[in-house]
Design a protein around this ligand. Structure first.
Ligand code: PMP
Ligand code: GLN
Length: 384
């Protein structure tokens, strides 16, 4: 986690957002929206502060938010949870992932199977747990894993199969066949499934299928989500873990010494969000689908080859038709060439696999329509 000279290395997101800020480029790099979430949720947080919800929350989270998470899981997916034992509030999905991996994985004999490219904190948390990362490649342009490669990656040494669906950075939604195979392999090798579903409400052709709803999955699955993406409140850092009581208790055992608890006034506000009408959740997905389509059209017109995301904030392009040979260099030069920031896919892979992703770039569609149109115009200017 440190550079060769001992200094800490900023994440690719921090680095590229700083580049956008210093150059004035449009930031389609780091995945955060440029508009805040629903007024009712913002108001509920203001009210919570005014009402004195300002001291430590209970360790698992306020009962009202635990109940709201359980209600949400029942309402959208038919998953039944005991809010007092099978739900835990965390400081975003980031803490949920860290606490879960630290709780369930221990030392170099434990392996964690991940799909590569992977969200940056996955490899970092597996390293913090001292365990071994076993990547299964997802390849351009559909980014679905090869089932034979997946099967050979999962062995009796596998403690956790770590899944992210919809997937960051590729925007892929895994097929039912892939999800079934994950559950089959978890059973066969007695592995735990950890599933990061922070983009659950950003599936363009829904409904989202949580891994925990597959037959035989619930008893060995820890599910993670967060308010950031669903409510366009990434700075609130409020997430949750759901699953069997013993696994959730193990995660709590670690979580209490990472942060103890998260920010109190956000919790009642997120409970309000989770209880918003169905129309709100439908609009979250349809608006992002429209933005992704707009971004895709702009990127194609600019000369990129463009993949077709099934969900999430993200669209991946191949920049080779624009002369790129190295996505990292391309992205560092892009602010000067076009006034736009994107993230090289090589930031999400282990060093020995960079070649497979050498010319691929991730752009975020979670920006205002005017910004996406402006970005498309600027990128098209590179060819003129
Ligand atoms: N997992 C994935 C796949 C993400 O894209 C993100 C980031 N946004 C996170 C986890 C972290 O979520 P949070 O901001 O709730 O910690
Ligand atoms: N999840 C966001 C992304 O993928 C960034 C979050 C972060 O900066 N850690 O862009």
């Amino acid at each position: 986690l440190l550079a060769a000279d001992g200094s800490s290395v900023p994440t690719i997101f921090a680095e590229m957002s700083a580049l956008a800020a210093s150059t004035g480029a449009l930031n389609l790099g780091q995945g955060f929206p440029d508009e805040d979430g629903p007024e009712a949720v913002l108001d509920a947080a203001r009210k919570a502060i005014a009402d004195g919800v300002n001291q430590y929350a209970p360790g698992r989270g306020y009962p009202d938010l635990l109940a709201a998470v359980a209600e949400h899981q029942r309402r959208f997916y038919g998953i039944e949870l005991d809010p007092a034992r099978e739900v835990l509030v965390t400081v975003g999905a980031t803490e949920a992932l860290a606490a879960t991996l630290l709780a369930l994985v221990d030392g170099p004999d434990d392996e964690v199977v991940v799909f590569e490219p992977y969200y940056d904190s996955y490899a970092a948390c597996v390293a913090l747990a001292g365990a071994k990362l076993v990547p299964v490649p997802l390849q351009w342009p559909d980014f679905q894993p090869d089932l034979a490669q997946l099967a050979s990656a999962v062995t009796d040494r596998t403690r956790v199969i770590l899944v992210n669906d919809p997937h960051n950075p590729t925007g892929t939604v895994f097929t039912r066949e892939v999800l079934d195979e994950i559950v089959r392999l978890a059973h066969r090798h007695d592995a735990i499934i950890v599933t990061d579903e922070v983009y659950e409400h950003l599936v363009f052709d829904g409904p989202h299928v949580p891994l925990a709803t597959l037959p035989g999955a619930a008893e060995r699955t820890v599910s993670i989500s967060s308010a950031g993406k669903t409510f366009s409140l990434t700075g609130w850092k409020t997430g949750w873990v759901t699953g069997p009581a013993d696994l959730v208790s193990a995660v709590l055992a670690v979580k209490q010494f990472l942060t103890y608890v998260g920010g109190s006034p956000f919790q009642p506000a997120i409970a309000v969000g989770l209880r918003l009408p169905d129309a709100f959740f439908a609009s979250v997905a349809s608006e992002m689908a429209a933005k992704a389509a707009l971004l895709g059209t702009g990127l194609r017109a600019a000369g990129f080859e463009v993949s077709a995301p099934g969900g999430s904030y993200f669209t991946v392009v191949d920049a080779a038709p624009l002369g790129a040979t190295d996505a990292d260099t391309f992205c560092r030069e892009l602010p000067a060439r076009a006034g736009v920031v994107g993230i090289p896919l090589t930031a999400f892979v282990s060093p020995e696999h960079r070649d497979r992703y050498a010319t691929l770039v991730r752009f975020a569609a979670c920006k205002r329509v005017e910004v996406l149109a402006d970005a498309a115009e600027r990128l098209a200017g590179m060819r003129r």
